[in-house]
Design a protein around this ligand. Sequence first.
Ligand code: ZN
Length: 298
Amino acid sequence: MASIDKRSRKSWRARVRIPGHEDKTRSFNTRAEAQEWARITEAQLRSGVDTIPDAAAEPTLAQALDWYLEQETPKKKGKAGRPVSGILDKISQLCRDVKTKSRRYRCLGSKGGKNCKKSWAYPRNRLRILKHACHCPHLPANLRAEANNLRSDESPGAILEKLETSAWERTVASTQETNAHGTKRPRLDSSTMDNISNAQPPPLDILVGETGRKHLQAQLNLAIINLICAACLPPTLVDYAEWKKLFTIANTRYHPMSSTTLVDDHIPGQAARVRKMTIEYLKTQFDLTVSYDGATTK
Ligand SMILES: [Zn+2]
């Protein structure tokens, strides 16, 4: 059976419903076109032909955009325009504040019908969103893990390890010419640089160049985080002029971080790294006992 509905001044929708076949619908500009299509479609369906393309078979705008995002966007070089933020778009969404009408980003976490109420000012701060995503109970576990991995990879400890690995590889490359037995690479830890310096003088760029400055920055950042966390010192300590003076006197190449960077970036990043390393370590152990501390909230 065919029916024609008027959708708007210039849109007529024809619908054909025949038992045993999928419903066919299509929109036209005039009633006559809609009637003609419905007549032919009904006749073809009744005669057993079911190959007429219908509206549902054509991609919607949303489907076309999804396809473009999946197939075409990765081919773009991405040098111009808005940078692709990947995980941030999975965690946060642009919205408007109901009262002030100002633009904000809200957490996309929803679980058991309840939505996460967390939102951030526009433009979004990547570190704050990642910090929330590492713990948000409303986000799916895989997104939480992705956020934790990202934070861990960007933590001061990970940065230091990367710098030390490349410094070690350069040193090994320069010693291999003189050392016929080759050098067994030791386990990397904070004393690796000491071992390298004991073995032979460090490369010149470590001593005076940009690599050396980055290495010093990374080492001191990590040492400060460890001190502040271990001694339960307030992170605002690093904002004091007296604190900054300390580094001006000791070494002019170090730029002290702000307490915001410390609280929003370095400490949560390092915590994510410690969690990841703990899990990696536990994976190598046997006969583990899992216990649950019901008193803690996180
Ligand atoms: Zn959330």
